[in-house]
Design a protein. Sequence first.
Length: 420
Amino acid sequence: MSGERHDAARAGRTTGREKPAPKHAGQERPYPFAPCDALAMHPLYEHVRKNEPVCPVRMPYGDPSLLVTRYEDVKSVFADPRFRRSVPEGLDQPRVTPDLVPLGLMDMDPPGHTRIRRLIAASFTAQRAERLRPATERLADTLLDAMIAAGPPADLVRDFAVPLPIGVICDLLGVPYEDRHRFHHWITEVNRLVGGDGGQARTDSMSELLAYMAELVQRRRVEPTDDLIGELVTARDEGDRLSEDELVFLCMVLLIAGYETTANEIADFAYVLFTHPDQLALLKERPSLLPNAVEELLRFTPLTVSAAYPRYATADVELGGGTVPAGSPVLTSTNAANRDPDAFAEPDRLDLTRPAPRHLAFGHGPHHCAGAPLARMELQVALGRLSARLPGIRLACAPKTVEWKTELLFRGPERLPVIW
């Protein structure tokens, strides 16, 4: 789960309030720099990291912003309490979509953020993730058994990368697995950047997903359970620590964040290993490298199509050799920060033996991804079982012919045909 993502759609608007002028030299660049090419990093990231570490940019919608790309600067913005996620009144958040999709916990600052995050913290510890490992391995083997029985070629996205994390999060939350095709469709639309309908499909899908979660919450009140939704209902009804809207929305956010990013990462990591056969061979020869390999793949592989979720300076802040004026939005590119040569030797080289990198794939500071231990476990299981059960697995097509998802917030192959 790579973050606390999503809320209900709301319209962004400007009010004419004067915007603070960023005190950083440089040309205001259109952003994102260009449509993504598979998992490649646009060369402009390297340029601005070297020459414009706090770069003025304009996204397709909303106010101009500053883009931060250096590792230490990104980490500083994540941890510095002077940068807050809540949008100052009258400002129009920079974004890649015409409407604003609020992000639940990611939209909140302490103390509200702390109050709600504390309710889910115990469910996403490393210890709880480890208790889920045997069941996750059994599910992975069941999916691989079906792939092997059907015979090659298989679509690794459809047959493995998507159903594995869906099964895990359904079990953890208490969401019926048989409903997976319904909510997978809704979540795909929620993560869409923009469509010909102006985002109506996303708005409709968000409403249907919220209604679905509200129904599950009501069902828990009639038939209490010991899954996470049941625990949160108890917290709401007995402790009154959540409003009803917060409860339903938090359950939805956990479902979205609990599998969508991990599903893309499983497919992305497989593609990266298929296109780095020396590293794939190394992992097969040395299975003990698996935990370290996952950390290096998290560092190396860009998941998002662009920086998003700006933070606003609440005071003038010195950053990257200049001043971020109070009220300015700052976008942080973890993809670029994870390729910073000042933080990582030969950052553009995949090296599964690299000492566990201190990457920022899960963020840093108060908004560090609560589900990171669960995601790590799932990624380790996915790659480990694939390598052990299908040692000859490889792409069934030329890498350049792999079809990639478009107009979505996260990168990933649409299909990943494999043989073994």
